[in-house]
Design a protein around this ligand. Structure first.
Ligand SMILES: Cc1cc2nc3c(=O)[nH]c(=O)nc-3n(C[C@H](O)[C@H](O)[C@H](O)COP(=O)(O)O)c2cc1C
Length: 315
């Protein structure tokens, strides 16, 4: 079974990816948060820093592009090819208001004619430059039934993998994924499929197994892998427990790496707070400490509270 780490903007940065992949070995592919090319600049220096192979040693990384302009996509893809990438991913799922208003991400899905022209262009490029292009999509913008046409459209192109997050734009990341539409894709898609959405534990994966009769394989998980970094080990049957020694190493590696690249304290602590909003569920009974941890403004204060929380998991 293959496991892909979903892109989470602001969270799965190169710093996090390096820390994670050095400690947990079971993720087969990482997807980088989107880059958003413009006319002047296919890849900004900040985006470049995150995806450059020098900052991602030994990580099987797929950069992702968010745009509805094929010429911008192709310029960015060419630069990524020059950096030695041979796969890029197209984002057709981002539900953010500003992104969709510009016709990008999930906002591109209802524009089926423009989408087909765009796919014509980028897959002509893909063949000429020997660059694989995978797609990460939602079911539609307004209505999940848009997915039927989308599957037909994607089937006309050499999409290397189709990652389906079975929600529509207005679902954002809430509620149950509409799994019956993934079942439809299993029957009708000619493209290798990847399931994405709400895999937080082994039971969630087992439910998918019973829903679809087999697989799905590969699966992509984002929030589940952040919340419990041992999840890939668990899904692959290598362990049943969350390893808190590894968790501590992950925490410390990320924390120290952010300290080396960011200042002042509070900016590093904002990054850590974002991670703790996912990690909290690993630590029952620490609610009062978490409230204080989330308000800490200095490293010393943060580390005091952190040690108290982590001690609850030490034998
Ligand atoms: C904070 C956050 C940032 C995200 N950033 C991206 C992104 O840059 N590109 C993308 O394709 N999806 C992005 N997503 C969506 C995730 O990749 C994934 O599809 C979604 O979280 C559902 O999977 P999960 O239930 O396993 O987390 C983001 C989601 C969240 C919550």
């Amino acid at each position: 079974m293959k496991i892909y780490f979903a892109p989470l903007e602001g969270i799965t940065t190169y710093i996090f990816r390096n820390a994670f992949s050095g400690i947990y070995g079971q993720v087969d592919k990482f997807f980088a948060p989107f880059i958003s090319p413009s006319e002047k600049c296919p890849i900004t220096p900040r985006e470049r820093k995150d995806i450059t192979p020098e900052n991602n040693p030994g990580i099987n990384l797929v950069p992702q592009i968010l745009t509805c302009r094929s010429e911008y996509f192709i310029e960015a893809a060419k630069e990524l090819h020059a950096m030695s990438y041979n796969e890029v991913n197209l984002n057709l799922g981002c539900p953010s208001g500003t992104v969709c208003a510009k016709g990008k991400g999930a906002g591109f899905l209802p524009e089926t004619l423009a989408l087909q022209r765009f796919l014509d262009d980028i897959y002509s490029y893909s063949v000429s430059d020997d660059m694989k292009i995978s797609v990460k999509t939602r079911l539609g913008y307004y209505n999940p039934d848009e997915f039927y046409d989308l599957v037909d459209i994607f089937n006309n192109f050499p999409v290397s993998e189709l990652i389906v997050h079975p929600r529509i734009r207005s679902d954002f990341y809430k509620g149950e994924p509409r799994k019956e539409y993934f079942a439809y894709a299993l029957e009708h898609s000619k493209i290798p499929l990847v399931y994405n959405g709400n895999i937080f534990n082994c039971k969630d994966y087992d439910n998918l197994l019973s829903e679809f009769g087999s697989g799905p394989d590969p699966v992509m998980t984002g929030r589940g892998l952040i919340s419990d970094p041992s999840l890939a080990d668990k899904l692959k049957g290598l362990t049943t427990e969350t390893d808190f020694a590894k968790f501590r190493r992950l925490h410390d590696t990320v924390y120290h790496a952010y300290q080396e690249t960011m200042s002042p304290d509070i900016n590093v602590l904002y990054k850590m707070r974002e991670l703790w909003s996912y990690w909290q569920i690993l630590f029952d009974g620490c609610e009062r400490d978490f409230k204080r941890l989330m308000k800490a403004k200095k490293y010393e204060e943060y580390e005091d509270i952190l040690n108290r929380i982590l001690q609850t998991k030490e034998e």
